[in-house]
Structures are given as C-alpha cells and as structure tokens.
Design a protein around this ligand. Structure first.
Ligand code: C2E
Ligand code: CA
Ligand code: CA
Length: 636
C-alpha cells in the first residue's frame, strides 16, 4: 500500500479499528490538492526561469551587437591611424629607416629611398642592412668599408647609445644621421640632408675669422695662426711678422669715395697674396693695415726680401673705377725669436717698427730695433709738448723769399712755421706738422699762421706777396674761408698778395667741397699754388683739375738735375705744361749756381732755395729786401 495512503488510513481509523470513510476521503482530497498546488508552484518558477533566461539572452545579444560596433569603430580608427602614420612617414622631410634585431629592414620611407637614390622595388621589408648598403655602394651614395660600418652600428646599438653622425656624400651633400636603439636589438634612424645648414655654419664660422671686404684672415685668426707658428719657433724655427700700412690711404678714400677705397683694399689684398707662400698668413686688421706672418725663414734677409717684394708690388698703379691710383706701403718687421717669442710682444714690436718706417718716409720698411721703444715714448712726449706749445705760443714764422728769374726780383716770401721748444730748441715743421695733423691741432695752428702771415706781409713792400702752406685737413675745414677773410680784413692785406700752397694730397680729396672752397678763394683774388709737385701722385692730370697760378717743383728733382737726365726731362715737361696752362713754375731747393742756371734753361720762371736765402725770421726780412737780389740770380 502507498505510504501516504497508509498514513491517511491510520489517521482515519479510531481506537476500535473502525475506518471513518468520510475522514479518509477528506484526507485523500486534501492530499491531491497539495500535490496540485506543488505542481502549479513548480510551473510558475519554471516559467519565471525561462523569462529570466530570455532576458539574459537578449542582454547578451545586445552586448555582442554593441561590442561588435565598438570593435568595428576601433578597427576603422586604427586603419585611419595607420594611414595617417603612413602619410606622416612618407611626407617626412627626413629619411626614416627601421631595422630589427637581426639587422633586417622593417620599414623605410620614400624620402630615405630618394635621398640615397635607391629604387623602391629593390628595397623591401626583410632586406638585410648589408643589402641596403650594397645598393648604395652601387649608386655611389656610400663610400667607406661596409663591414666596418655595420660593425660600428651593431656596437653602438648593443651599447644602447643614441648616436648622431654627419656623413659627407661624394656628391657634396652632408647627411645628419641619428640612430636610436629600440627594445629587441633593432634601431630606428633618421637621415636629414643638412647640406644648406652645414654650408651656412661653415660660412658663419668663416665670417667670424675673416675680413668681409678682402676675405683675408682677421685679427682673431691672425692670433691663432701666430700662436701656432710660435709653437714651431719653440722647436727651433724662425718667423717674421710684417706690419703693413698704406700711405695716404685716407686720401684715396676721401677723394675718390669709399667704394673706390674698398676696391683698392681688395686689389692690395690680391697683390699681397701674390707675394707670399701658401704657408704664410696675410691678415687685414683695420682700415688699411695688414699683418703678414712669414713662416719658416732662415734669417732676416728672407723677411727683407718679402718686404721689398711687397713694397714693389703695391707701388704699381691701380686702375680703379676709371681712376689711376698710386699708393705706397710702409712696413715694420719683427722677428721671432729675436724680437719676441709671444704674440703680443711681436705684434707690438712690429707696430713699433712700422712707426719707425713711417717716420722715415713713404714706401719704406724697417726692422724692429730696441731703441724704437724709446722713440715711441719720445713721440708721446712730443705730442704733449706740442699741445702745451700751442697754449704758450712757442711758435714763430720764418720767411723764405722766392725770386723771379726774369727780372731777378723778390715776388713772394713763403711763411714757414718754427717751434722753439723750451728744452729741445728749434723743432722742424717736418717733425711737428704731421703730429699736429694727427692730434687735430693743425686747423687752429694753421689759422694762427694765416693771421700772422697776413699781418706781417702788410708791412712789406706792396709788390711782395706772402705764401702760406695749407695742410689737407685745413682745406677740409669749413673754417678756412672765414679765417682767410678775417685775416685779410684785419691786416688790410689785399687778397692779391696772399698765396696759398696746397699739395697733391689735397687734390686727392677733390671732393666737391674742397674744389668749391678753392674756387671761392681764387675768385677773391687769392693765388693758389701746387706745392711739392712730383712727390705725391705725380699725376699731371691734377694740374688740369684746378686752375693753379703756380707750380712748385719739389726739391728732390732739383737735387737730381744734371747727372740725371730723367729729372731734367721731368722739370722741363712740367715747366712746359705749366706755361701752356698759364701757370708759373718755381724750382724749390735751389742751392747752387749750377742748379739755378739749369732750372732757368729748363723753363722754370722762379726759384726758391738756400742759394739765395734760407728762411729767416721776420725781423731779418727787411735786410733781405734791401739787398740787390737781381745781381745774385742774374743770368750767368
Ligand atoms: P715746404 O712747403 O716744401 O717748404 C720748403 C722747405 O724747404 C722749408 O723747410 C725750407 O726750409 C726748405 N728749403 C728751402 N730752401 C732749401 C734749400 O735750398 N735746400 C734744402 N735742402 N731745403 C730748403 P721747412 O721750413 O723745414 O718746412 C718743411 C715743411 O713743413 C714745408 O715744406 C711745409 O710742407 C711744412 N710747413 C712749414 N710751415 C708750415 C705751416 O705753416 N703750415 C703747414 N701746413 N705746413 C708747414
Ligand atoms: Ca710750401
Ligand atoms: Ca715745397
């Protein structure tokens, strides 16, 4: 019997053993109802579960859809990124190349291919480094030992170093290569064509050490080269330092303009290059100043030969922008080790020697001598003394007569400045006039001379003129005209009795201003003489550039007369030309009767010189005037 029925039967049976059927039926019905309830409950939870599963399923499906969408988007993004990356690599201005740990090509861009003139179809991922190099060897964009090259790369990559190399290609290009190691033993390298930049750098470095005008080494490079050369001196070699300065360069610059001055400097540099050995250094250190380091010399004579060669080479006329220019150079020479063994000392001593050369005249070279140091000091002292002399007025004018050879009378007296130095006695104007010019005293001193000379001449017989020397600086000064007018007015000297002597150097500055001033002076009736003719640029064309009244032929020609037919010919030619231009000719420095007769026969109209009279103080002039000048200079 069923266990449940047995239990219900027990429950429905009373103590007497009677079965209550109704009770049993009720129990059975209740039992069925229970079972039914359970089944319904189970059904319900089953359907709940199914619903839940459904929801989960739907959720999953949704997630998959979303994820797929996301993945698609990511993929597209990656693709775009890849495209951008590709574009970036191929548009890089640098060549880019990547190798893996086995030195096999991973990637390289178009620029890399083009830079080394490779062909894209021959360069593929997986190619070995050696293969790429072989291609470059074949087209001439790689020179050197490939094994060595590869070995070097592998060493630096293994060491984890980033390196930058500048590679010079045979075609003149410079490529900067930067190699960076990557994890796994590979590397990425950028190759950049830096040719332009390198050239610019080289140019800048060159400019820092060279003079822009002549392209010669500048002072900086001069020092470097001198120090290098001096190291050789320590090993027993000798060298010379030549310090060169162009005489009167300023005049060229002032008169013909800076472009012509620059042209002259370039021409001088070119001629200097032709005078020295490749191992020597020429340097331009200032306006018209050059240094030359002459290396490997045996003795002073070698330096002397070079100096002479340079003086000769620079002396030949220059044709510049249609002008014929002549210029001299002065050179000071210091030798190592004799005159010094360090750069400063040598340069200083060469400077001193140059100063000595300048003092000796134009186109001269001088070796350094110990006493030059003393002379330099003396010069400084003289400058000081000259300023003091100006304040204390230690000056006096002497006068030297000029005689007319026709009538034998004194036509004019030249005012010549004298300085009575309290200790040194009389100092020659040849010595102090250049200093006065250099220290800027000449204008004020010259004004004083003009005033004195006019005042003095006003006391002389009315047919005798006074001649005053003008330095180029005075002519360039705006004060000249007012000073002259003031001096004439104050002294009441007629302008016709004043003569102004100028040298060719003044005409070299034939700037509009100078010529205008000269014309103004001349239109007042003042006479203008060309002084020291033949010592400067000796260009007859200067005679035509201004209507001079008188030409004074320098005494160096008079000295050379007779035994030197060249001087004779020059004096005659100048006298002839002057005559045809309506000018008179004065022979300067006539010391003897023979010279007097010669200059007369060559056509000079006047003479000046010791033969007749030296310059004398104003107080002695009356005596000179009173003598019978004609008798002494009358034709023999
Ligand atoms: P310079 O204008 O050529 O003057 C003539 C010079 O020759 C004078 O020298 C005179 O003493 C000298 N002399 C005259 N006759 C003879 C002779 O027969 N033989 C020789 N060997 N020499 C003779 P000084 O007085 O020493 O003047 C020298 C130069 O100084 C002058 O040369 C002139 O250029 C300059 N100078 C003189 N005074 C002045 C001045 O007031 N202003 C300027 N700017 N320069 C002056
Ligand atoms: Ca003179
Ligand atoms: Ca003269």
């Amino acid at each position: 019997m069923h266990k449940l029925l047995a239990q219900q039967l027990v429950k429905a049976t009373d103590e007497a053993g009677w079965v209550d059927l109704d009770k049993l039926c009720g129990l059975v019905v209740a039992a069925y109802e229970d079972i039914d309830r359970d089944r319904r409950r189970t059904d319900r939870s089953m359907s709940l579960m199914i619903e839940e599963l459904d929801a989960v399923q739907r959720n999953l499906e949704h997630t998959v859809v979303v994820r797929t969408k996301e993945l698609r988007a990511r993929e597209a993004e990656l693709q775009a990124q890849n495209l951008r990356f590709d574009a970036a690599i191929s548009h890089m201005s640098q060549g880019l190349v990547m190798f893996d740990g086995d030195a096999r090509l991973v990637i390289c861009n178009q620029r890399f291919i083009a830079m080394y003139r490779l062909e894209a179809e021959n360069i593929k991922p997986g190619d070995s480094l050696r293969h790429v190099i072989d291609r470059r060897i074949a087209n001439g964009t790689f020179s050197g030992d490939p094994e060595h090259f590869i070995g070097n790369i592998s060493v630096t990559i293994k060491a984890g170093q980033q390196i930058t190399q500048f590679v010079e290609l045979d075609d003149g290009r410079t490529i900067a290569v930067v190699r960076r190691p990557m994890p796994g033993g590979g590397w990425v390298a950028t190759h950049e064509d830096v040719t332009e930049r390198r050239l610019a750098e080289i140019k800048i470095a060159h400019m820092a050490r060279h003079d822009a005008l002549t392209d010669l080494p500048n002072r900086l490079l001069l020092r470097e080269r001198l120090n290098e050369a001096l190291a050789q001196v320590e090993r027993g070699q000798r060298l010379a330092v030549l310090y060169l300065d162009l005489d009167q360069f300023k005049n060229v610059n002032d008169s013909l303009g800076h472009p012509t001055g620059d042209e002259l400097l370039r021409a001088v540099a070119q001629r200097l290059r032709g005078c020295v050995k490749d191992t020597d250094t020429i340097s331009r250190v200032g306006g018209d100043e050059f240094f030359i380091i002459q290396t490997g010399i045996n003795n002073a004579t070698d330096a002397e030969h070079l100096a002479r060669r340079i003086v000769e080479a620079l002396r030949a006329p220059y044709e510049l922008h249609g002008h014929l220019v002549m210029i001299d150079a002065s050179i000071g020479i210091a030798l190592a080790p004799t005159d010094g063994s360090d750069a400063n000392e040598l340069l200083k001593n060469a400077d001193m020697a140059l100063y000595g050369a300048k003092a000796d005249g134009r186109g001269v070279y001088r070796f350094f001598e110990a006493h030059m140091d003393a002379r330099m000091k003396e010069r400084r002292a003289l400058e000081l003394a000259l300023r003091r002399a100006f304040d204390n007025n230690e000056f006096e004018l002497y006068y030297q007569p000029m005689l007319n050879l026709g009538k034998g009378d004194i036509r004019c007296c030249e005012a010549l400045l004298r300085w009575h130095h309290p200790e040194r006695g009389m100092v020659s104007p040849v010595e102090f006039i250049p200093i006065a010019e250099e220290i800027g005293l000449i204008v004020a001193l010259g004004e004083r001379v003009i005033r004195w000379a006019c005042q003095e001449a006003a006391q002389w017989p009315s047919d005798i003129c006074v001649a005053v020397n003008l330095s180029p600086t005075q002519l360039a000064s705006k004060n000249l005209l007012p000073t002259v007018l003031g001096a004439l007015a104050a002294s009441r000297l007629p302008p016709q009795r004043l003569e102004l002597e100028i040298t060719e150097a003044v005409l070299m500055q034939n700037s509009e201003v100078t010529l205008h001033t000269l014309h103004q002076l001349r239109s007042l009736g003042i006479r203008i003489s060309m002084d020291d003719f033949g010592t400067g640029y000796s260009s007859l064309s200067y005679l035509r550039s201004f209507p001079f009244d008188k030409i004074k032929i320098d005494r160096c020609f008079i000295k050379g007369l007779g035994d030197n037919s060249e001087s004779d010919a020059i004096v005659q030619a100048v006298a002839g030309l002057a005559d045809s231009l309506g000018m008179t000719t004065t022979a300067e420095g006539v010391e003897t009767r023979e010279q007097l007769d010669l200059v007369r026969s060559l056509g000079c109209t006047d003479v000046q010189g010791f033969f007749y009279s030296p310059p004398v103080p104003a107080s002695e002039l009356a005596k000179v005037f009173a003598e019978q000048p004609g008798a002494k200079v009358a034709a023999a």
